[in-house]
Design a protein around this ligand. Structure first.
Ligand code: SF4
Length: 1018
């Protein structure tokens, strides 16, 4: 038992009924000490643990209340300072103001200002002589004065004012002249707290504390901590010899109470601590884990969650690790990233947001977003989801669809509408336009945390309250108008350092605390982790606001950088000295996050000297002494805490002979191994895409389904992808970030250009006019600008610069198109534009609602639907179906190919369709198909395919559909050509094309014969 606790126990025995006040820095600590005493041999009565503020409040409050003064809210400091700094007269001196809107600057200024206040320093008392820089002094003084005026004007009292007022009313002190009071030893109070404590009535008891040989007493301890009665250490075990850390001497014991180890990483270190706890057995509430930094406690908490061990965390868990915290950060990221759909999708997939949309799961919502092809910007969601719902409704109403599919489509349409309502509500939280008063941003963030963030535990509930309160504190800045980036930085900044779930050591729970508070719970076993060089004590860095020299002149009781280090050293050594029981010290030799080596702290070197004083220790010898660093994988399976640990430990000795047993135990793994072996073989197997059962269902000759030329070309490009998309109905997850240099993707651009070509050319055809750039150019340009503006309302461009560049390029291409049309006039007469068959005809005389039946010449046929970009009559009376290509001059399989293994079918299929459409007016119609590239990048390329290809096309189509009928959904062997822009590449892996090539080349794979024949059609 520590000398102080023994002293308290003695007081409780000798002064049984007298009021005994114990002054502690926190209630948690008081509660912990009281509990330890109660659990000891003696009970206690009338022992009152209290903080200085507990004493000051009843002395000050009646007078403050009478004057109409209320307590100032706790968390408002940094926000208020930011505001006061921004509002200082612009004509005044400036020093910090340039950085005023940086949350870290506001935080640093507030910390220093609060320190000055608790040292009793007012604006008028801030000496000019302390500052080398006059502007700095003047601005800091003005800021302090502004803060004082703010408190006075609003009738608020901060802690400093409470202490000032309390000292005026000693008669109201809760401690009576007949009471005893004693301070927790070695606590360095603030000057105002010290003054109050020095003026307390009652009998002061000098606290006892261990004398720590070789350790310098910090400078401020003599003026701000209670004087102590030093007790010489008399260690009875090696763990207790830690009191000699600074001056190892005397003979160590032969006990095992002080041990040490090193680990290969933090995860491994914590895992080893857990393994040692499990191995030793005994209740968890006999164990404490102490970490130098509070964030390391969060790692222990995560590990305890994984192993489902009950745990209390003294410093709490960062709010940013809870679901509401993570959700709020993701929300900020989404807004900062231009409301990109990809980020919203990730937010949904994280499981951190709640989707209150009638049975629609977050996963379904993410898929809807992907299917809707939403991009970024506020408008994209209504446009994309609205269009998706509309198209699903149209398909659900299609009588050609089976009932089951219609019901499914109808349900999906409703889901899209419900999801759109949810997104609209979410977007309502984001102020518009962006530079908006901060209160709008804060209200939006608070509403998001309350309504949209998921809460799945008590800790999440606590985080919700903490976050909403922390954000509400910022309302002092409410009417400031800031751009989105500043507002979001401020909101994110509120999460910094915000913790939840902090708790004292409780029965039945493992306790995790900081090294500065280690040992107060009096647990029998203590693990002190993360003892790395540079990670245990604060760095010797001066305060960014007040330099050491300035501090010393302003008030010697203000803490300098040297004081900070010296006080931390004293505190940590005194806590190590107080541990007793069994102590295990450890460090991690590698920082895996930063991929760098780390080294043991000086604390470990001293500890080994305590254990073996005569060793002549160096760091190298210490590392040797600690031996092989432990790994996250236990040395023996029996030491494992989880299934994964057991398996990994077993792998140290296992060889291939263990595989059958593993596969027997895990049939899914056996199945995976069988699948991989099949894919690696030369056989074409079901694991490579052989699905005979799907053939008849997907073959349009059998099912009667209507197909488009594009879907047939897709089948030829990669049968496997065709099966994923059209057989299984899968969509690839589109999680690509929007490209900040691109607005229109090639498909959208192509679609806009096609519409504009049709609009202008229909108008000229209907008026019988000849294309004339001078006459028709302005109208086409006007149409182009209108189309871009309309698209801009749906999908905002990433920047004005990108918009202007793409607008310029598109208008150039339109002008070029008209020029080419004027030059070609006389050689061709346009008859139809966007001539549809099997869909809405848009008033085109040649179009028809019904699909066209393509006769394959073997007694079988299928139904084709499509839209011919343009149908021209040539000077010799024949016809040409033209397919516009708005990109560079490129066709799958090459410009010179005719069919490219089925990848180029459109020219032949549209020509076949055009013959049927023209038959009523011209029974002898001869039609050729062509691809036309009328843009700058396309260099006016025109690729015409002769009419003879239409007869050959039926052979290609038969081979293609036979492939389908056989259920031969092989991966494409042409990775370079077909996989480059494929969104399913993650489903195939890197070797799919090579494996497919090997299987296709093998003649014994009879089911692939159709594919071999198809590929032979150049
Ligand atoms: S990545 Fe290649 S093999 Fe895989 S589905 Fe796409 S195109 Fe086919």
């Amino acid at each position: 038992m520590s000398p102080f606790l023994a002293q308290l126990a003695e007081l409780c025995r000798t002064e049984r009924t007298r009021a005994k006040w114990v002054i502690v820095p926190t209630h948690t600590l008081g509660h912990t000490l009281g509990e330890r005493l109660a659990l000891g041999e003696n009970g206690w009565a009338n022992l009152r643990f209290t903080t200085p503020l507990d004493l000051a409040l009843p002395m000050a409050a009646p007078f403050l209340v009478r004057r109409g003064v209320d307590p100032a809210p706790d968390g408002i400091g940094p926000a208020l300072i930011m505001r006061l700094l921004l509002e200082l007269p612009s004509a005044g001196p400036t020093y910090f103001r340039g950085l005023a809107d940086q949350p870290q600057m506001a935080e640093a200024l507030w910390t220093t200002l609060a320190e000055l206040r608790m040292a009793g320093i007012t604006a008028t008392a801030l000496p000019r002589a302390a500052f080398a820089n006059a502007s700095k002094h003047a601005e800091l003084r003005a800021l302090l004065a502004s803060y004082e005026e703010h408190l006075a004007a609003r009738g608020l009292a901060d802690r400093a004012l409470v202490y000032h007022e309390a000292r005026l009313h000693p008669d109201l002190c809760p401690i009576q002249p007949t009471d005893l009071h004693v301070e927790l030893p070695t606590i360095i109070w603030s000057p105002l707290e010290r003054r109050l404590l020095d003026a307390l009535p009652g009998a002061r008891v000098v606290p006892r504390a261990l004398d720590l040989p070789g350790l310098d007493v910090p400078r401020r301890m003599t003026s701000l901590a209670a004087p102590i009665a030093a007790v010489a250490p008399a260690p009875a075990s090696n763990a207790e010899r830690l009191a000699l850390l600074m001056s190892p001497e005397g003979a160590p014991g032969s006990d095992e109470t002080l041990t040490m180890f090193s680990a290969g990483g933090r995860e491994a270190e914590i895992e080893e601590v857990f393994r040692r706890i499990a191995r030793a057995g005994g209740p968890l509430d006999e164990v404490e884990i102490a970490c130098p930094m509070p964030e390391q406690a969060a790692l222990v908490w995560e590990k305890a969650q994984r192993h489902e061990w009950p745990v209390t965390i003294g410093p709490g868990i960062p709010a940013a690790l809870t679901r509401p915290g993570r959700a709020l950060l993701a929300f900020c990221e989404w807004v900062a990233g231009g409301l990109a759909a990809s980020r919203l999708r990730r937010m949904l997939q994280s499981g951190d947001v709640r989707l209150d949309a009638d049975g629609l799961s977050a996963g379904q919502a993410a898929r809807l977003l992907s299917r809707a092809r939403a991009t970024w910007g506020r408008q994209t969601y209504a446009a994309a989801l609205g269009q998706l719902a509309e198209s699903l409704r149209v398909r659900a109403a299609d009588p050609e669809q089976p009932d089951e599919a219609r019901a499914r489509l109808g349900e999906r349409a409703e889901q899209a509408e419900r999801f759109l309502r949810w997104v609209t509500e979410l977007l309502g939280l984001v102020p518009e336009p962006s530079p908006a008063p901060l209160w709008q941003w804060l209200d939006g963030a608070i509403a998001f945390v309350k309504t949209f963030a998921r809460k799945a535990s008590e800790l999440d509930g606590e985080a919700t309250v903490a976050l909403t309160e922390a954000l509400a504190d910022l309302r002092a800045l409410g009417d400031l108008v800031r751009p989105a980036s500043d507002a979001l930085a401020l909101i994110r900044g509120r999460l910094d350092g915000l913790t939840v779930g902090g708790d004292r050591a409780r029965p039945g729970h493992l306790h995790v605390t900081t090294l500065a508070d280690a040992g107060y719970a009096g647990r029998a076993r203590t693990f002190v982790i993360a003892l790395e060089e540079g990670g245990v004590f604060p760095a010797l860095v001066e305060d960014p606001v007040l330099l050491d020299a300035e501090r010393k002149t302003i008030d010697p009781d203000l803490r300098t950088s040297e004081d900070r280090v010296g006080e931390a050293l004293y505190r940590i050594v005194s806590r190590l000295a107080a541990l007793g029981g069994q102590v295990c010290l450890s460090y991690s030799g590698r920082d895996l996050r930063q991929a760098r080596a780390t080294f043991p702290s000086w604390v470990l070197l001293q500890a080994v000297r305590v254990l073996k004083p005569e060793g002549g220790w160096t760091y190298d010898r210490l590392v040797e002494e600690l031996g092989e660093p432990v790994s996250a994988v236990p040395a023996e399976p029996s030491q494992a805490l989880s299934d994964a640990g057991w398996w990994l430990a077993g792998l140290r000795r296992a060889d291939a002979s263990a595989l059958p047993a593993v596969r027997e135990g895990f049939p899914a793994l056996a199945q995976g191994a069988a699948a991989e072996a099949a894919r690696n073989s030369d056989e074409f197997t079901p694991y490579d895409g052989l699905v005979p059962g799907a053939g008849p269902r997907l073959d349009p000759r059998v099912s009667g389904a209507t197909v488009s030329p594009t879907s047939l070309e897709d089948l030829a490009k990669c049968p496997f992808r065709y099966f994923l998309q059209r057989g299984l109905g899968l969509d690839a997850v589109d999680d690509a970030e929007p490209n900040p240099d691109v607005w229109l993707d090639p498909m959208i651009r192509g679609s806009i250009m096609h519409d504009l070509y049709a609009t202008i050319m229909r108008a000229l055809r209907d008026r019988g006019e000849t294309p004339n750039p001078a006459r028709h150019g302005p109208r086409l340009r006007e149409l182009g600008l209108e189309a871009l503006a309309a698209h801009r309302t749906l999908v905002p461009p990433p920047s004005d610069g990108v918009y202007e560049r793409e607008e310029r390029e598109l208008l150039n291409d339109l002008a070029l198109f008209l020029k080419f049309e004027a030059e070609d006039h006389g050689q061709r007469k346009p008859l139809g534009f966007e001539v549809a068959f099997g869909g809405a005809t848009e008033g085109e005389a040649l179009g028809r609602r019904e699909p066209i039946t393509i006769d394959l010449g073997d007694g079988r046929s299928f139904r084709l639907r499509g839209r011919i970009d343009r149908l021209d009559q040539l000077a010799d009376g024949s016809y040409e179906v033209v397919d516009y290509k708005t990109g560079r001059a490129f066709l799958p399989g090459g410009l010179d190919a005719t069919f490219a293994g089925g990848r180029q079918l459109q020219h032949a299929l549209y020509a076949l369709a055009a013959v049927k459409l023209l038959r009523e007016t011209d029974p002898e119609a001869r039609v050729v198909g062509s691809y036309y590239f009328p843009t700058t990048r396309g260099r006016r390329e025109r690729q015409v395919r002769p009419a003879s290809t239409q007869a050959e096309a039926t052979v290609v189509l038969r081979d293609l559909l036979d492939l389908l009928a056989a259920g031969t959904f092989v991966h494409t062997p042409n990775q370079d050509a077909d996989c480059r822009f494929c969104e399913f590449s993650r489903a195939c892996g890197p070797r799919a094309a090579d494996r497919a090539k090997r299987k296709i080349d093998r003649a014994e794979n009879a089911t692939l014969e159709a594919y071999r024949k198809l590929n032979a059609h150049d």
